[in-house]
Design a protein around this ligand. Structure first.
Ligand code: PLP
Length: 427
């Protein structure tokens, strides 16, 4: 191929194709959302040109006066949104935020306790294929087979037995709220630091619709791009700073505070220069999330998930834990004789995007799976309410029941594309 400095039509044509896919499809991936135009504008700005290793006012590069202000605003807005007293807005992603926390005060081989990946946990909470499971000794708690719920007594028993230095709560596919008070009591019994990874339900927590871990968990991490509707990225916060309990000292021999350890865990621990264009986009998204309009959005997305879960139950689908408190649900497709892989591949033919997902006690591989995960964050952003959720469940059910009828799937795709015109995205 020959390259020129002219506009790169090859890539921009693909971006246009992706814009079309997003505009005309039903997006139900629980971790996805649509940012505002100003969030994307900030992310595509000249701030991408700037190096700014360090923190506002303490940089290793000159010319940071402007980005210092941007980053300070992002920090202050994050604190206001979640009720934190300290925040670091630099992690490039949710996994990076968790990596920075682990690196801050754990040593290789230390014990950690997290939520089982195959029950809905996240890779970065101790999975053997992730740094968190390779460098640390990971133990797990899970859900009960009958109820699909976490039994806190069992979490306590595992913590007492294994004596982890870090306990992680939070998940990628758990539809119920968390008992942070109980978890803190467990952590205190074994002298562990308690980390809440609220990546998925962060918007619902910020708007007071779910329990807020900030006053109970020592550290809180989140992604900024899921229900929170910001740019792709990570964030670390604390309700209050504290002296680290593991005796880590500065070069001068003083006990390091957790905030100093965490800042160091991000840079230079796990990252180089922060992405100030993304931090500007985070600041804008946090500002948007502080508005009353966002309160309405968060309440609607939670209501939509409840209605959708009930509609699936009414059609004979099995939802793990029987329903949802947040924005997502995990559906066990085995009673319908389907796999997650088949569901994902069939629904996409009708321009309905979901993801296949392991269900607790799954007997299939992660490439096949017995379940699918659906969430309402993205479609609520497009203006959909309860009635539309019922229609989506109708569409999904009819597609799955006709998975071998390509003519029918094609007709649903046409219907979906036409329907989505009523919920314009970026006009
Ligand atoms: N933590 C949880 C609970 C998640 O669900 C995810 C992403 O799905 C992450 C961390 C990782 O975020 P990222 O993909 O930005 O690294």
């Amino acid at each position: 191929a020959t390259f020129t400095l002219e506009r790169d039509t090859e890539i921009f044509n693909l971006i246009n194709q992706e814009a079309h896919r997003q505009e005309y499809g039903i997006e139900l991936i629980a971790s996805e959302n649509f940012t505002s135009k100003q969030v994307m504008e900030a992310q595509g700005s000249v701030l991408t040109n700037k190096y700014a290793e360090g923190l506002p006012g303490k940089r290793y590069y000159g010319g940071c006066e402007v980005v210092d202000q941007v980053e300070t605003i992002a920090i202050e807005r994050a604190k206001a949104l979640f009720g934190a007293t300290w925040a670091n807005v630099q992690p490039h992603s949710g996994a990076q935020a968790n990596a920075a926390v682990f690196l801050s005060f754990l040593n290789p081989g230390d014990k950690i306790l997290g939520f089982n990946l195959s029950h809905g946990g996240h890779l970065s909470h101790g999975s053997p294929v992730n740094f968190s499971g390779k460098y640390f000794q990971a133990f797990f708690y899970g859900v009960e087979q009958e109820t699909g719920l976490i039994d806190w007594d069992k979490v306590e028993a595992t913590a007492l037995k294994e004596q982890p230095k870090l306990i992680i709560c939070g998940a990628s596919a758990y539809s119920r709220d968390w008992d942070y008070v109980r978890l803190r009591a467990i952590a205190d019994q074994v002298g562990a630091i308690l980390l809440a990874d609220i990546s998925h339900p962060s918007a619902l927590i910020a708007k007071g619709l779910l329990n807020n871990p900030m006053q109970h968990c020592h550290i809180v991490t989140t992604t900024t791009h899921k229900t929170l509707r910001g740019p792709r990225g990570g964030l670390i916060m604390m309700g209050q700073d504290f002296e680290n309990p593991f005796g880590l000292k500065t070069l001068k021999g003083e006990l390091k505070t957790m905030s100093a350890l965490l800042d160091g865990g991000v840079f230079p621990g796990t990252q180089g220069g922060p992405l100030e264009h993304v931090i500007a986009a985070k600041a804008i998204a946090f500002g948007e999330a502080l508005t009353d309009d966002f309160q309405i959005y968060a309440e609607q997305l939670q209501k939509n998930a409840k209605v959708m879960a009930q509609a699936f139950v009414d059609k004979g689908y099995k939802i793990i834990s029987g329903g949802t408190d947040n924005h997502l649900m995990l559906i066990d497709l085995r009673p319908k004789g389907l796999t997650g892989k088949l569901a994902e591949n069939t629904l996409i033919k009708a321009d309905i995007t979901i993801n296949k997902n392991m269900v607790p006690f799954d007997d299939k591989s992660p490439f096949v799976t017995s379940g699918m995960r659906v969430g309402t964050a993205a479609m609520t952003t497009r203006g959909m309410k309860e009635a539309e959720m019922l229609h989506i469940v109708e569409l999904i059910d009819s597609v799955l029941m006709n998975h071998d009828n390509d003519t029918y799937l094609g007709s649903v795709k046409t219907e979906v594309n036409k329907w989505m015109e009523a919920f314009p995205l970026y006009v």
